[in-house]
Every structure is written in structure tokens, then in C-alpha cells.
Design a protein. Structure first.
Lengths: 591, 418
């Protein structure tokens, strides 16, 4: 009965809320496999669009105008694959006159390797957090696991099930990959704190912050400390067993299994010790025994985590589809339908519950198909709107009536700068075989300096001085905007005339052509009399010693070795324009 | 006040009886407060002993006991206070120190304990606690300065949490030299820099007009702040190379020594909270050799810092704190080391209205249990906040009225205040 109360509180339609009590018909079986890859039925996108239109109308809100093709292409590239569109891609998209070109662009991006890479990185950060060394966590293996899943567009319920019920070894033994399951690395992040594990599973997969009840009974919600402890009891027997006795390895190889006895970490935790003796119970009050119904035929005693995963991903679960749909909405459209995205509860209702319901139902019917969800979200009217802020402070009625400005996440910003500056061949030459390693270092460095939270949609911009300094004076942007051998500016300056050069710089950075007024202005800027700076000193300051905790700028060494070759005043003026473009808000925001 | 998701986070641990998921926002009015009477410190220098120093091998020696280890104890300038023989310079400054020998906490894992001691709260997945330095930054009054209010020399420290990114530490990787990226590349002279800024300004004008989004203006403000820092005469405070050789030598030729000297210079330039990191205290193996070496780095730096602050009439207005994330076991392990031990450890306060030559709290004969004057991190933070004129109960309030306070019900340790 608890399900019903909660479902009602969440504004969940009866069909979806059919619960153990069997008050309503069981949900229909998922449609046949082929449906998953068809275009989304126009009715869903159309319904969402009209729901939002009605909302704006009621609030007297005029939505922003439709974004132009170049703006839309940049947005969809950044959102879907985390990179800027290449100048060539912008040109051919603008030249394409077919009416379905936006949908086709989405399909092409979904099929590209960059899609899997972008979502691997997103989920790695979501599941493992920022770079904290943990000897039990093999990030590379979790990435491998995620990448494989995103490449084949694994259904989200399958991914969630495998993550929550994962058993196996965290890391390979040299080339020996037997028994390796990269998914266990998420669980291992919390191997010393099973309470956090239970809390994170609930938060990430269900969008429910059950962990709040760890310390005290919830006053306004249904959760009690016992609810939390009984939820945590699903993980009470999950333990890592050492695989080999070698010490001093970067990663300790362990095998994650559920034993017959409570895990030692659970026994050590004073607050959780009680949970050991408790029978697991899900958030809607289903006892472990009752979950056996979810198990595959022939499966013996209910394995605790498998039973939990089965309950979690079942069609009747009121949170599971909403949590992922809401999260993806916030990544593509703007503020979450429920905000924050990981706080689904009756006292924090969705701003547009009918939209959330429509999307959740559709997602479940698609077979939990993430490609389908992305196609749907990117086809919505809200996704086609310009980043034009309404006058004054936009109220709730104005939600999703314009595209918000969002700072690029650190790894996306990093890739965008590298792409704009054409730095990849340059870096490859300087670092030799270690480009992957250098990228890893850069990613850590940027993640350290740019601490951006992708699902948050603050109405104001919050940045730090070191971020501004890194972009203005740091070696990466210096290198990207300087005339260095094989870099972008060398290519740009090889173009025959000034207008073509300015356009090339715009396409590389802002992914659009300049307006005639802009071309004229920069032409005048380049024409200004100026003195060439003679000493083309190094691009970066002195060497830094390595220090624990603060990643060194990995490009410091490179920048000291590669001085700019801009010797004429005009070449230097081009560098200055390029620098300004890379530092501009139009470049560093997704808009 | 900028807000992002972390500043809207929900609240779990701690106070009982209010909705878990109250949303957090901060208004300027929420931060308004008055300094308690008697507060004298304007700035704080935190000497952060990363890894967790042994209390027995440093400030709470147990000579002759099985747990006592290899270091001897020596007399200090404070009658009755004895500390490790490897801290002779600090022994001579002991009349300025308040030793807290009864610190007791519950976190024995580095990361969790570092969070606890930096923020005053055990880590929670649902609240992003501000570090103590962020509270000091957020309570700074007066005109905005070119230099950041909170500097970490050696980093990474802990962030601004729900107070916002801008109150987090300005991390300087290399103490004693200029922060990263505060100068333009060598081939960009002043006229070029001006041309760049002008070009950028035109781009920002256009984009602000096109989007009408206030975020563009906020980002410009940030670039203005960066520009002011780049051109500030105060920037030189980060660079110790202009200090006389004798002064630099007195602090010691180490990153920590340069950090302490930088800290003094930054405080003189108006920075309110400076953290200086000395890493390496996680001495599971070969502990006595290693702690002796660490104290060889610590002693001249901290002693010279105290002496110079006093000579420059800055000690009364500068609170100096020494602590790590926990202590180390009284029991000596098979590798001549000691393991993590949060149950009983030591911290030190000096200056800023703190009484010198005081020992507050004690452990038993083995250094295993606190037998008197037990304090927790919240009490230490409350004492530091009090000294700095920040109400320890001050909080960032949610629209729903739910507070996260500077300290988790900490009590000011009156015994160490002048």
C-alpha cells in the first residue's frame, strides 16, 4: 500500500503505479524489439510540446525564437558527443536543405564512437566521483564496461541491473581478463562504507535520497531509519575478496561476491550493524521474500542484489524510469522536471508532472532505449529554442521557454580547446606515444580547476579566478591560439584572404560564420597599426615541482618547448583575435 | 550569491527534526552578523599536517612508556610543558602556544577525516559542507581586495561547499612563488594584452546583447577580478624571493618553510585565511626517522612564523592553528610505525587572542585515551571562529529556515583564550 501512497504523492499515473497490491492491471509487456529503433511516435514529442506550450501560455510567457542551424548543431554536438562540430560539419549542415536534417544529424551522432566516449565519461564521473585515489577501483575497467554498453546501446534497465548486481573481479591480471567485470568498480568505491553504497544506489538509480534517513527519521517523507537500514541490508553480504596477495600494485585485485555472512565492513559500521540482522526491504515496502516473483525461472534462493535490481528496474517501479528520464532532460533541455535531479519525493514535486509521466511511460515502452530517449529529447520544441534570456527574473512559468547558458563541463571544454586549436597533432608530436596519458592528465587538471556540476542549472554563473587565469594565460589556450607548427592558426593563415581567415577562426571556435559586421570589425582590428613583440618568449611560466593533491599543469613542459612563431604584427593580431574567441562566453558556454 | 546544485543540496546528518531535503540558498542577509565582543584576530593561518601526525611523537610525549617511542621530551619556555626534542625552536616559543592534548574524533580514514577536520562535519553525500576557510572568506567585510580571501599553499584543502565556489581556496601549487597563470605568456606584452582584452570585450558585448543572460556579465566580473589580481602590487606577497636571505633561511629551505613565510606576507597583505600544507605524516613504517625529519621541517618554519608575527605586532591579530586529520596509535607496529588513531590526538593554537603557555586536556599514561579536557573538531572550530569574530552558531540558512552552522554545536574552549 505504501507504493500507492508514494505513487500518488509523486503524481504517478495509475497504470505505472500498479503495485504489489494488484489494485490495477499489470503493465503491458514491453513492445517487440523492433519498436526500440523506430522513430519516436510523433505523438509523444507532440504531446510534450503542447503541454509546455499550454504552460507558457497560461503564464503569459513567449518562448524564445527557434535557434538557427549553426547554433543547434553546436548544441547537439556538445550535448551528445561532447565536442564541437568540425568546420566541415558546420558547412555541410548549413548547405543541407532537407527538412529532416536535424533528425539525421542526431542519428549520425548516436552512431559515432564519440557518443559512447562522451557518455562513458559522464557516467564514470557520476559513479566514481572526481579523481580520488582508491586502490580498489579500476577506473579504466569501469570505463571499458560503460563504453561497451553505450556502443551497443544497451537498454538502461539492463545496465542498471548489471551495475547493482555486479559480481566478479575489478581489474585484469595482465592480459588475463577471466572473471573481470568492470561494473564491480562502482560498488568497490564504497567498499569501506556500505551505507554510502546503499545511499548512492538509491540516489543514482532511483533519484531518491534514502540516505537522509540514515541518521534520523524523516519528518516530512515516509522514510524511517529502519527503511534505510533495511534497504542497506540488500548490500550487507557484498564483500571484496582479495584475488592475489601481491602488494604494491596500483590497483588491488579483488573479487566482489555476496557471501553467506555479513560483510566485515557492515559489521564495523556502528550504525549499520543493526541492518545485518534485518531482512532487506525495498523503498516501497516489498520484503525480500516477495521479490522472488521477479526472479528468472530456475533461480534458486533470492540473491539479495539481484532481487533488488529486479524490483528497481521493473515497469511498476515508480522511480526508476523517472530518475533517468529526468536526469537526461536536465542534461539536454535545462532544469530538471524534478530539481535537483536526484531528489524525487512528494514534497519536491515535478514542475511539470504530466511531462515527466509522458516521457517515463514512453521510455519504458521503448524498452529503456537511451537512443530513443535522446532522439525524443532533441526533437522537442524546447530543444530548438535560442539561448535568449527573458527580461527580468524568469519565473517557473518560463521554464524551458529558452535555452539556458551552461558552462561546458571540464572535459568538454578541454576537448573543445584542443579541437579549436588543432592541437592534437601538435601534442602527439610533442608527447609521442603518451597522448592518451597526457589527455588523462589534462582531464584531471581541468576537472580540478573547473568543478562543474552538469545536472545543476544555477540561474547565476559561479566561477573562480584560477579558472579565468587558466583560460587567459595557461599553456593550453596559449598553445591553441598561437602560431605553432601544424596548429590551427598555421592552417588558417594559409588561406588566401582575410575574410576567409576570419571565417575559419569563427568556424573553429564558435561553430558559425561571422556576420558581415563582425568580419568588418575584425578586419579593422587586424588592420590597426601595432608593434610586433620581438621576444617571442615561452608560452608558459617556469617549471613546477610535482605536488600531491594539486595536479601540475601537464602542458607546462610542452609550452616551454614550443614558442610561438608569430613574428609579424599581423600574425600576432590574429593570435590575439583567436585568443579572444577561445576566451569568449560564446565559446565557453553551451547555448 | 551564486548557487548551483551543491548549494541546493539536501541535508541529512546532523540536526534532527527538520525536513531532510530542505533546499539551500544563501542570502546576504543570512550572512549578516556582528562580531562577538573580545574577538581580536583578523586573519588565520592553518598549518595542515597532512597524513595525521603522531601526538606522542610531537606534542604529547610519553617518555619511558612502552608507547613512548624513540624521541625524548624537552623542557619548553612554558613551565611544565614538555614536547618532543625535535621541536627545539617551538619549545622556545611555547609561551605563545596553547596545546590541546585532548582532541578526540571518530573518523579514521584519511579522506573522511580530512573532510571532518577541514569542515567540522563528517562527510555526507547530501550536504556539501564549506571548509572553515570558506566561512572566513564568506564573513569578510570591507572593500573587496585584489587578493583572494582564502589561500591554500600546497592545497588541495577543502572547497567552498554550499557557500559557493568563489569562497573556496585559491590554491597555490608552489608555495613561495607566484600562483599559476598570473602573468601573460612571454610574447604578450602590455599593448597586446590590452588588444586581447578589447577584442574579448567586444565579443562579450555582442553575446550579452544576443542572449540577454546575466551569466555573461557575471563571467566578465570574474575576468575583471582576474585582471585586478594580475595587475595588483599585492601579488608580490606570493613571491618570497625578495625576502632577505637570513629570513628565508630561518624558515628553512622547504616548501613548507616557504609556505609559512608566504603566509606571513599574505596576512600582511590582507588575506584572511591561509592554509599551509606539510605532507608526509602518514607514517605507518619507519615512523621515528620520518617524524624526526618532518619535525626538522616543521620546527624552524612554525617557530620563525610565530616569532616574526610577534615582532611585527601581528600575532595578536593572527590566529595560528596546527592540526592534521587524526593522531596515530600509541602502539608501535612491526614496522616501527604507528597507524591511524582518531581517539586521542593533539592540536595547537597560538596568537589571535589565544593564551600562550597553556596545556588543555590530557591523555592517559600511554597516550591512548583522553582523560581530561576532551574536545572535538567542532569545539576547535568554535574557538577559532570566536577568535576571528565569527559567531560559531552562524549559519547559511535555507529558504525553509534550515541552518548549516559554522560548527556542529561546538563550544568555545574558554580555557585557552586570553
Amino acid at each position: 500500500m505504501r507504493t500507492l501512497v508514494l505513487a500518488a504523492a509523486l503524481g504517478i499515473s495509475a497504470a505505472l503505479a500498479s503495485c504489489k497490491g494488484g489494485l490495477s492491471e499489470p503493465a503491458p509487456p514491453p513492445p517487440p524489439e523492433t519498436a526500440a529503433h523506430a522513430q519516436p511516435p510523433p505523438t509523444v514529442a507532440g504531446r510534450v510540446d503542447s503541454l509546455l506550450r499550454a504552460r507558457w501560455q497560461a503564464g503569459g510567457v513567449t518562448p524564445a525564437p527557434r535557434v538557427d542551424d549553426a547554433g543547434w548543431l553546436r548544441r547537439v554536438h556538445l550535448d551528445l558527443v561532447g565536442t564541437l562540430p568540425s568546420p566541415g560539419a558546420v558547412r555541410s549542415f548549413l548547405a543541407d536543405a532537407s527538412p529532416d536534417k536535424r533528425a539525421r544529424a542526431v542519428d549520425a551522432l548516436l552512431a559515432s564512437p564519440a557518443y559512447a566516449e562522451r557518455w562513458t565519461t559522464y557516467w564514470e564521473r557520476e559513479l566514481l566521483g572526481p579523481d580520488a585515489r582508491n586502490p580498489f577501483v579500476d577506473r579504466t575497467e569501469l570505463r571499458r564496461w560503460l563504453r561497451e554498453a553505450f556502443v551497443r546501446n544497451a537498454p538502461w534497465n539492463e545496465m542498471a541491473t548489471q551495475l547493482v548486481s555486479a559480481v566478479g573481479t575489478n581489474s585484469p591480471d595482465g592480459d588475463d581478463r577471466s572473471d573481470v567485470n568492470g561494473a564491480v568498480n562502482w560498488l568497490l568505491r564504497y567498499q569501506k562504507s556500505p551505507a554510502d553504497l546503499a545511499g548512492q544506489v538509491s540516489r543514482v538509480m532511483l533519484g531518491v535520497q534514502i540516505q537522509c534517513a540514515q541518521c534520523h527519521d524523516h519528518k516530512t517523507e515516509k522514510w524511517t531509519q529502519e527503511d534505510f537500514q533495511r534497504f542497506a541490508a540488500f548490500f550487507a553480504r557484498t564483500r571484496p575478496e582479495p584475488v592475489d596477495t601481491m602488494t604494491g600494485m596500483r590497483i588491488r585485485r579483488v573479487s566482489v561476491q555476496d557471501g553467506a555472512k555479513p560483510a566485515p565492513a557492515m559489521r564495523r559500521d556502528a550504525e549499520l550493524r543493526r541492518a545485518i540482522r534485518l531482512e532487506p526491504r525495498t523503498l516501497d515496502g516489498t520484503e525480500l521474500e516477495a521479490l522472488s516473483g521477479h526472479l528468472a525461472p530456475g533461480q534458486a534462493a533470492p540473491d539479495r542484489r539481484q532481487a533488488l535490481a529486479a524490483w528497481m528496474t521493473s515497469r511498476e517501479n515508480p522511480w526508476f524510469t523517472r530518475a533517468i528520464v529526468n536526469r537526461m532532460w536536465s542534461l539536454f533541455i535545462g532544469r530538471g522536471l524534478v530539481d535537483p535531479v536526484d531528489d524525487l519525493r512528494s514534497s519536491n514535486p515535478a514542475a511539470a508532472p504530466e511531462v515527466l509521466d509522458a516521457l517515463a511511460t514512453d521510455f519504458a515502452e521503448s524498452g529503456f532505449d537511451l537512443h530513443h530517449l535522446v532522439r525524443l529529447l532533441t526533437s522537442l520544441e524546447s530543444y530548438q529554442l535560442e539561448a535568449r534570456h527573458p527580461a527580468g527574473a524568469p519565473g517557473d512559468a518560463a521554464l524551458w521557454s529558452f535555452h539556458p547558458l551552461e558552462p561546458l563541463p571540464p572535459d568538454v571544454l578541454l576537448d573543445a580547446v584542443i579541437a579549436a586549436g588543432g592541437l592534437e597533432p601538435v601534442l602527439e608530436e610533442v608527447t609521442g606515444a603518451d597522448l592518451m596519458d597526457l589527455r588523462g592528465q589534462l582531464r584531471r587538471h581541468y576537472a580540478f580547476v573547473f568543478d562543474v556540476d552538469e545536472e545543476s542549472h544555477p540561474e547565476t554563473f559561479d566561477g573562480t579566478v584560477p579558472q579565468a587565469l587558466l583560460l587567459q594565460n595557461g599553456p593550453l589556450v596559449s598553445g591553441a591560439s598561437s602560431l605553432v607548427p601544424r596548429g590551427a592558426l598555421e592552417e588558417v593563415l594559409a588561406l588566401p584572404d582575410r575574410a576567409a581567415r576570419i571565417e575559419a577562426l569563427y568556424l573553429r571556435t564558435l561553430s558559425r560564420s561571422p556576420t558581415p559586421a563582425e568580419t568588418a570589425r575584425w578586419s579593422a582590428f587586424l588592420d590597426r597599426p601595432r608593434q610586433a613583440v620581438e621576444s617571442s618568449g615561452p608560452l608558459a611560466a617556469a617549471r613546477e615541482r610535482k605536488r600531491k593533491g594539486v595536479p601540475a599543469d601537464p602542458l607546462g613542459r610542452y609550452a616551454r618547448r614550443v614558442p610561438s612563431r608569430a613574428t609579424t604584427a599581423e600574425q600576432q593580431a590574429y593570435e590575439d583575435l583567436f585568443w579572444a574567441l577561445v576566451n569568449s562566453s560564446e565559446f565557453v558556454f553551451n547555448h | 550569491m551564486p548557487l548551483d546544485r551543491r548549494h541546493f543540496l539536501t541535508l541529512g546528518a546532523g540536526a534532527v527534526g527538520v525536513a531532510c531535503a530542505a533546499r539551500w540558498g544563501l542570502g546576504a542577509e543570512a550572512l549578516a552578523q556582528t562580531a562577538p565582543a573580545g574577538a581580536s584576530a583578523k586573519a588565520c593561518i592553518l598549518l595542515w599536517m597532512n597524513g595525521g601526525p603522531s601526538h606522542i611523537d610531537t606534542w604529547d610525549p610519553k617518555p619511558g612508556k612502552p608507547t613512548g617511542g624513540k624521541h625524548k621530551a624537552i623542557q619548553t619556555s612554558a613551565p611544565g610543558m614538555r614536547i618532543s626534542e625535535h621541536l627545539p625552536g617551538l619549545a622556545a616559543q611555547a609561551h605563545r602556544l596553547a596545546l590541546l592534548r585532548g582532541v578526540s574524533t571518530k573518523e579514521g580514514n584519511h579522506q573522511r577525516a580530512q573532510h571532518l577536520v577541514h569542515t567540522g562535519y563528517a562527510p555526507s553525500p547530501t550536504v556539501d559542507h564549506p571548509s572553515f576557510g570558506a566561512w572566513v572568506s564568506a564573513s569578510s567585510t570591507g572593500p573587496e581586495r585584489d587578493l583572494p580571501a582564502f589561500v591554500s599553499l600546497g592545497g588541495p584543502s577543502a572547497g567552498g561547499g554550499l557557500l559557493g565556489l568563489s569562497h573556496g581556496p585559491f590554491v597555490v601549487a608552489e608555495p613561495g612563488s607566484l600562483p599559476r597563470n598570473v602573468t601573460a605568456p612571454g610574447n604578450v606584452d602590455d599593448p597586446r594584452l590590452a588588444a586581447r582584452r578589447e577584442a574579448l570585450s567586444m565579443l562579450e558585448d555582442d553575446f550579452a546583447r544576443r542572449t540577454a543572460d546575466p551569466k555573461v556579465a557575471a563571467r566578465r566580473d570574474l575576468y575583471d577580478k582576474a585582471r585586478r589580481l594580475m595587475g595588483s602590487p599585492d601579488l608580490a606577497a606570493f613571491d618570497v624571493s625578495s625576502e632577505p636571505e637570513a629570513v628565508r633561511a630561518a624558515y628553512g629551505d622547504s616548501a613548507f618553510g616557504r609556505g609559512c613565510l608566504t603566509a606571513r606576507r599574505l596576512v600582511e597583505a590582507g588575506v584572511r585565511f591561509v592554509e599551509v600544507v606539510l605532507d608526509g605524516w602518514d607514517t605507518h613504517k619507519d615512523g621515528f626517522t620520518r617524524t624526526a625529519r618532518l619535525m626538522g621541517t616543521l620546527d624552524p618554519a612554525m617557530a620563525t612564523l610565530l616569532r616574526e608575527l610577534a615582532e611585527r605586532q601581528l600575532l595578536d591579530s593572527t590566529l595560528v592553528a596546527w592540526m592534521g586529520e587524526f593522531g596515530r596509535t600509541p602502539r608501535i607496529n612491526g614496522d616501527e610505525g604507528r597507524d591511524h588513531y582518531p581517539q586521542a590526538w593533539s592540536a595547537v593554537l597560538a596568537g589571535g587572542g589565544v593564551r600562550g603557555g597553556v596545556v588543555h586536556g590530557a591523555t592517559d599514561d600511554d597516550g591512548a585515551r583522553v582523560v581530561s579536557g576532551q574536545v572535538g573538531v567542532a569545539d576547535i572550530h568554535a574557538t577559532m571562529a570566536h577568535a576571528l569574530g565569527i559567531d560559531p552558531a552562524r549559519s547559511a540558512t535555507s529558504p525553509g529556515g534550515r541552518p548549516i552552522a559554522v560548527t556542529d554545536n561546538g563550544s568555545v574552549i574558554r580555557a585557552v583564550l586570553a
